[in-house]
Design a protein around this ligand. Structure first.
Ligand code: AGP
Length: 610
């Protein structure tokens, strides 16, 4: 949530900050702002709305400045207006600060500072931190020390970058619970809330740790904790290229990412399948292989789309490895005093690796003594670093706010884990080989669905009048129904509910009439006949049925108003295929309704606040 970028170096800063904000805009787009040093003073421009609004304010003026900070906001405290936009200042207006996170004790700090005569112009928690830094600066006359003292007063989370007109060659940044990456370029340094704002300058980065500060001057930098302890940091190399975070000819990132799935899925199992042994190799889990094999229960915790893929994971692991699995919303897990036994293993699943609820759940599980394993996309992210071991899904950067390719790659991770555990237990080599072979056929099957996307576009046009949708699926495809409904809600703002198909008759059936389109995943498997009965129940009440069916199924034509066929595969692999038409349906529906697909209202890509 919120994008932050700071720069100090040889180049003019305002175009660099603006480009950085454009790359980070998917993290929040309520307002944007910039502070640069101009003629010895801080010049700040900020505006409610998207980065484009700020860009018009800058009006192609490149200014003669080589140091600055910038921010694109996802509002937590205070409505998204010009005044609440970042950067914020201390009362002297000599210190400017951008912030991602929440200062939980801002009210008491504000009261205290007000009693000392300080004033506030915005409703934000961030301004309180800026004023507090200014308060300490009066005594210390040292920006780094003032930031450090202020952060010691703060409870909550922060990723901040601070500058001062009194120290024109210094940027100070720090983090706790909000990501911060520091890029080391050629005579330039760039610091940002994620690597996508850095990659155009350098691939050499340091991931700042919790409670760590980085003090950056023109040619040098050093780190320490906010408690004044020395720290050492490894330099990492960013693993993706600039082209991967560009639209590459697609009108939206979401569509590009949907179309990337044949490749990203392949990347998720590359080097992990041993076809001739019918076995799976998971290097990242080797150190905990015995714990996994002997575990009495697996708990999976995640949010949103990652929670949906975890549900598929539950079905897979129970089926193939015969280990009981529970899937928990990370936001609930932390607060309900969960029972965690000695031999339980906890998996945390996250695309961004920065979701605050999931991070909090990990801390809770660790505190209760569990081994916590990560299934994460973003390399070097907080969740990847907080977990004891894990696996990356290798989906590459996902920029579209609606998660798509991460879902199929997360499901892939669970397929691999389930088969890995299953092969240790009761899956035969020949079954293993058959499963591995089917997995390797999935990318081409995904591609054939994408080649037929026009058919989904037509269906979207046909149903764009509807205000409500029901999504139904059974077995492995129940979580896919949930995911389809979430996608539609997120980007087209149409109300949609996902249900296990058979559960419909216990309530939601009351909603069905001729205005209610019902999307049903009715692929040919052991429960096909039961799903057909559920379709009959919808039809009997005038509901319109859009069926996702298996190629060659002629029978379904007797029941559905619209059909989209997907290639046949083993039933446990169908979520990988069935989800793609649902992603496309939500995409085309949103386009049809003129929605902002990549930046839907009220949302942000990674939710780094609880
Ligand atoms: C999905 O389309 C979402 N935008 C959202 O639900 C997301 O999946 C959720 O916030 C979890 O994010 P994570 O995978 O980065 O932890």
């Amino acid at each position: 949530m919120c994008g932050i970028v700071g720069y100090i170096g040889k180049n003019l800063v305002s175009p660099i900050l603006l480009n950085g904000l454009k790359r980070l805009e998917y993290r929040g787009y309520d307002s944007a702002g910039i502070s640069i040093l101009q003629n010895g003073q801080i010049l700040t421009l900020k505006k409610a709305g998207k980065v484009a609004e700020l860009e018009s304010l800058l009006n192609h003026n490149d200014y003669d400045s080589k140091i600055g900070i910038a921010h694109t906001r996802w509002a937590t405290h205070g409505e998204p207006n010009d005044l609440n936009a970042h950067p914020h200042f201390d009362n002297s207006k000599e210190i400017s600060l951008v912030h991602n996170g929440i200062i939980e004790n801002y009210a008491s700090l504000k009261k205290n500072l007000t009693e000392r005569g300080y004033y506030f112009e915005s409703d934000t928690d961030t301004e309180v931190l800026a004023v507090l830094v200014g308060h300490f600066y009066i005594k210390t006359k040292d920006l780094c020390e003032s930031v450090r003292l202020a952060l010691n007063e703060v409870t909550g989370t922060f990723g901040i970058v601070v500058m001062s007109s009194n120290e024109p060659n210094t940027l100070v940044a720090a983090r706790r619970g909000s990501p911060m990456v520091f890029g080391i370029g050629d005579d330039e340094f760039i610091i940002a809330s994620d690597a996508s704002a850095i990659i155009a300058h350098t691939k050499q980065v340091i991931y700042i740790n919790d409670n760590e500060m980085i003090i950056v001057n023109q040619n040098t930098f050093h780190t320490k904790t906010i408690y004044n302890e020395k720290t050492d940091n490894k330099i990492h190399e960013i693993e993706f290229d600039l082209t991967q975070i560009e639209k590459g000819g697609f009108p939206h990132f979401m569509l590009k990412e949907i179309y990337e799935q044949p490749i990203t899925f392949k990347d998720s199992f590359r080097g992990r399948i041993i076809q001739k042994e019918g076995d799976i190799k998971l290097g990242g889990l080797r150190s905990v292989a015995e714990n996994l094999r002997n575990s009495k229960r697996i708990i999976i915790t995640a949010c949103g789309t990652s929670w949906h893929s975890s549900l598929v994971g539950e079905y897979l692991i129970e089926n193939f490895a015969n280990i009981p699995v529970e899937v928990e919303y990370a936001s609930e897990f932390r607060y309900r005093n969960p029972v965690i036994n000695k031999d339980d293993i906890v998996f945390a699943v996250s695309q961004s690796g920065e979701t605050a609820d999931t991070l909090a759940a990990i801390k809770e599980a660790k505190q209760k003594g569990a081994i916590v394993l990560g299934i994460v996309n973003q390399v070097g992210s907080s969740i990847a670093r907080e977990t004891d071991a894990g696996m990356y899904i290798h989906a590459g950067p996902e920029i579209g706010v609606a998660s798509t390719k991460a879902f199929t790659s997360q499901v892939s991770a669970f397929i691999l884990i389930a088969l890995y555990l299953g092969r240790m237990k009761n899956i035969s080599k020949s079954d293993g080989m058959r499963y591995c072979n089917e997995i390797s056929l999935i990318p081409d099957k995904m591609q054939s669905i994408l080649d037929n996307a026009e058919a989904i576009k037509e269906i979207a046009k046909h149903y764009s009048y509807a205000n409500n949708f029901l999504y139904l699926g059974r077995g492995y495809n129940f979580p896919v129904a949930l995911e389809g409904a979430l996608k539609l809600k997120e980007i087209s703002y149409i109300h949609a509910e996902g249900y296990p198909a058979a559960e419909m008759k216990h309530g939601p059936i009351a909603l069905i009439d001729e205005n209610m389109p019902v999307v049903i995943i009715a692929t040919k498997d052991e429960i096909y006949e039961k799903v057909i009965s559920n379709i009959e129940e919808v039809r009997a009440r005038g509901g319109k049925v859009i069926a996702i069916a298996t190629e060659g199924d002629e029978n379904i034509k007797n029941y559905a108003n619209h059909i989209f066929y997907i290639p046949e595969t083993l039933s446990f692999l169908t979520p990988l295929l069935a989800v793609i038409p649902l992603q496309l349906l939500s995409y085309y529906m949103a386009v049809e309704l003129g929605r902002d697909v990549d930046q839907p209202r009220n949302l942000a890509k990674s939710v780094t606040v609880e």
